[in-house]
Ligand binder design. Structure first.
Ligand code: PLP
Length: 452
């Protein structure tokens, strides 16, 4: 398990079997060239040729405590020795303890936990609960969002690139959420953006009929779509609108939850309590698949005497729950969340802003904790994205060159369209964060060549 132990022949065998038999997500199978990874530890992983990369993606933004944390690995091993699996209808120690620990950390009265295997299933079930609770069908979701790749979740996702499998019949109505840098409302200030976004939501509701809306779902801080922290007052405004019309407010914390933003949940930054909150990823750093819905007392009560029509064979899987318990203990024992907050404030935030000043290709830096986005542009004045929307091939060459330069400098970058996100493990050290900033500095010089 070490970067020194290069074994190109083993890597070639892994790669050959992958290319022959693994059908990859979101990809044209004939156009991809996946890296064969030999191992990973902490904030790094390495390939079979001895190249080591600082992972500024945390996998898919989920290894919040880094790879192979020994405490969590040991907890999974111990649980495997005691009880590897047990069906969801039974009360078992790892499941009830994980639910207790999660419920104690979620905001407000979100005290009941429905376990799933990941984020999309959490979203599916949150929507089902909201529909059954209200007796209504429509759900409002935002453009520039990601909620998962199953049927309802992909319809809720506000990104046309994901709609190839859209059946268009999921009762979803989309609206614009605030994003000042590319304001859908032509606003100039955060206060203006907030007020106009709330008015737009009101207008959308008025036309749809508030009494037909079961739920409004938002990522507390949209992640995949660009890490856009909402302006002060926006989420409180949405909460107020939901209360006024009896609409269930769902916050999707699959990416932003469990320490990523420097607090347990992103909602904690805004003092807002949703009726349902979805989580996955960071709950156990993805060591074993786990997600869930945290449910308010009022919605839980709907199903006190009426059965909830939904379930999954592996709901609250003992190995996944043991990993969650250990992860939560690691986060507290090693002050991982405090570390994310501090690194964001003292290293990543200032460092990325300095890069923005020095590089013509950086249009905006935004984020907090271990959750940052750089908006790469051809021109800072016009804010024209460095590559066109959904670019491929030659059109995407500037971002491809940026990515290749980052990798050459030992950094594995998160890239989505014209953005790169700096989303390392939440327990990344100051030295590692600075190493990542230096590699980004070099790679941005390559992006600069494509500015006008
Ligand atoms: N919701 C959000 C906010 C996400 O970021 C994601 C995944 O990135 C999902 C839902 C879907 O989670 P999963 O891929 O575990 O189904």
């Amino acid at each position: 398990r070490h970067a020194d132990a290069a074994d190109p022949a083993a890597g070639a065998a892994v790669k050959a079997a992958d290319r022959a038999h693994v059908f990859h997500s979101w990809s044209a199978q004939g156009l991809i060239d996946p890296l064969a990874v030999a191992g990973a530890e902490g904030a790094y992983f390495w390939d079979y040729d001895g190249n080591r990369y600082l992972d500024f993606t945390s996998g898919l933004v989920y290894t919040n405590i880094g790879y192979q944390h020994p405490t969590v690995v040991a907890a999974i091993q111990e649980q495997a020795g005691k009880m590897t699996t047990f069906a969801p209808a039974f009360a078992i120690e790892s499941r009830s303890e994980a639910a207790r620990l999660i419920a104690e950390r979620t905001p407000g009265d979100l005290d009941k936990i429905f376990f799933t295997n990941g984020g999309a299933e959490a979203v599916e079930n949150a929507v089902r609960m909201a529909r059954l609770h209200t007796g209504r069908t429509k759900v409002l979701s935002a453009y520039r969002s990601y909620h998962g790749a199953t049927s309802t979740a992909i319809n809720l996702t506000g990104d046309p690139r994901r709609w190839a499998s859209d059946n268009g019949s999921a009762g979803v109505v989309r609206f614009w959420a605030p994003f000042l840098y590319r304001s859908p409302f032509y606003a100039e200030t955060e206060a203006e953006e907030c007020a106009r976004a709330l008015q737009h939501l009101q207008d959308t509701l008025a036309y749809e009929g508030p009494s037909t809306i079961a739920a409004i779902i938002l990522e507390t801080i949209p992640g995949t779509a660009g890490i856009m922290t909402p302006p002060p007052g926006y989420l409180a405004g949405v909460r107020e609108i939901c209360d006024r019309y009896g609409i269930v407010f769902v916050l999707d914390e699959v990416m932003a939850g469990f320490g990523r933003t420097g607090k347990w949940f992103a909602a904690d930054h805004f003092d807002v309590v949703p009726d349902l909150m979805t989580f996955a990823k960071g709950v156990n750093s993805g060591y074993v698949p786990l997600g869930g819905v945290a449910i308010s007392a009022e919605i839980a009560a709907t199903f006190d005497t009426r059965p909830y029509p939904g379930g999954l064979t592996y709901s609250g899987h003992p190995l996944a729950c043991a990993a969650a318990i250990a992860t939560i203990h690691v986060m507290e024992g090693e002050k991982v969340i405090e570390n994310a907050a501090r690194i964001g404030e003292t290293v990543l935030g200032p460092g990325l802003r300095e890069l923005a000043e020095n590089h013509p290709s950086v249009g905006e830096v935004r984020g907090l904790g271990a959750f940052w986005a750089l908006e790469l542009v051809r021109n800072k004045e016009t804010r024209e994205p460095l590559v066109p929307y959904n670019a491929t091939g030659a059109d995407n060459a500037p971002m491809a060159a940026f990515g290749a330069a980052a990798k050459k400098n030992g950094l594995w970058p998160f890239i989505n369209m014209n953005r790169t996100h700096a989303v390392p493990a939440c327990n990344v050290t100051e030295a590692e964060a600075k190493e990542g900033l230096a590699a980004l500095d070099a790679a941005l010089s390559v992006a600069d060549e494509h500015t006008v």
